[in-house]
Design a protein around this ligand. Structure first.
Ligand code: PLP
Length: 378
């Protein structure tokens, strides 16, 4: 099986699986328990928090474990609205955010907020100038993702932060860095954000695990009320195996980040060059600024048919975001691509285990797909 869908999820790294297994079977205490096993578990959660914080480049106390990236995004949008509630009800985001940001924004619209959804250009990028134009006195939150999951476009988050400072805006800045973590060189401080979302299963950790960075000094509102875990902000018994796996994956990814980035960048360039030369009619829609994601199209050949065809030949790739489950992508829609290009969109996302030999095989399979699907009249 050739896996080119790392933006959807990644295989769990052996070190992460080992860490989770140990915590599930041996060090399984509840961090709230007073006995030795509980105290050990509590200590380990903090050690793991420090490891993820080190990989991200923030203080451990600024990181709150969550159940997934979606939870972090929902929390951040809600927090932005809550903390700004006495100043206004305007939010700026982009039309290409993940649904985990868009849906909470739509919910807030139903509660009387006004939300500006900035449109990208044809490459999927949104400009800082568009944020400047949309900024108002009553803007309380700007939520702009760091790396788009369907195009690999990098958004100008640091530039937006500088803009907010220059304009003396009190709006908080959130970034969904789920696809950017360990793929780009940044810290929350270098981006100048107040909140930042992570998800563990995109970096070799387990599904059902993530974190929200909340800048120290920001008076956060609890997301879940209960037993008081995560400094009272996100109650619920800590998912100790997932957290252990997250820390192991983050540590490994941080250690190898530069090497992985260079490898993925080279592999992506090779992929685009190979597919463009070997598959007639293929259009490169996004070369992706991030090293691991790009998007191409076979205009006129429905991507879901192509994805199924390639899957039967042993290739896993995506017709867009896995979260769409067959629905048309709002990201490719916002990029104003022609219908034929949009219908034929394929997203490729790579991991360090992918090779150029696999890319050669993919190009052959895609070429065969174009011939056979035409022959079948599809
Ligand atoms: N944000 C982005 C950019 C994503 O790509 C994803 C997952 O695809 C999420 C948020 C949601 O993360 P999770 O699957 O952990 O809920």
């Amino acid at each position: 099986m050739h896996y080119f869908d790392h933006a959807a999820t990644t295989p769990v790294l052996p070190a992460a699986a080992d860490a989770a297994y140990r915590v599930m079977t041996k060090d399984f205490g509840n961090p709230a328990s007073l006995h030795a096993l509980g105290r050990e578990a509590a200590k380990e959660v903090e050690t793991n928090r420090a490891s993820v914080a080190k990989a991200l480049g923030c203080q451990a106390g600024e990181l709150y474990f969550t159940s997934c990236g979606t939870e972090g995004d929902n929390w951040a949008v809600r927090l932005g609205a809550h903390l700004g509630r006495h100043r206004g009800k305007h939010i700026i985001t982009t039309a290409v955010e993940h649904a985990a940001v868009l849906e909470p924004c739509r919910y807030l619209e139903q509660q009387g907020y006004s939300v500006t959804y900035l449109l990208p250009d044809h490459t999927g990028r949104v400009s800082a100038e568009a944020v400047e134009d949309a900024l108002r006195e009553d803007t309380v939150l700007v939520s702009m993702m760091l790396v788009n999951n369907e195009t690999g476009a990098v958004q100008p988050v640091a530039e937006v932060s500088r803009l907010l400072k220059r304009k003396k805006s009190a709006a908080l800045l959130h970034t969904d860095a789920v696809q950017g973590f360990l793929k780009l060189d940044f810290t929350p401080r270098s981006l100048g954000v107040d909140m930042l979302t992570l998800s563990a299963h995109k970096i070799g950790g387990m599904k059902g695990s993530g974190a929200l960075y909340i800048r120290s000094g920001l008076r956060a509102e609890p997301l879940l009320r209960g037993g008081g875990q995560e400094k009272g902000l996100r109650s619920g018994t800590e998912a100790t195996p997932q957290i252990a796996a997250f820390a192991a994956a983050a540590g490994y990814g941080a250690e190898h980040r530069a090497e992985h980035m260079a490898y993925l960048e080279d592999l992506k360039a090779y992929t685009l060059e190979t597919l463009e030369s070997k598959v007639p009619g293929l259009v490169i829609v996004s070369r992706g600024d991030a090293p691991h994601i790009c998007a191409v199209s076979l205009p006129g050949r429905p991507s879901q048919v192509v994805v199924r065809y390639l899957s039967d030949k042993g290739f896993c790739l995506s017709a867009g975001s896995a979260c769409h489950r067959g629905k048309a992508s709002h990201v490719y829609g916002a990029m104003k691509l022609s219908k034929a290009v949009r219908d034929g969109m394929l997203r490729l996302s790579f991991g360090p285990s992918n090779t150029k030999e696999e890319i050669d095989a993919l190009a052959e399979a895609m070429l065969a797909a174009t011939k056979e699907l035409v022959a079948a009249g599809r």
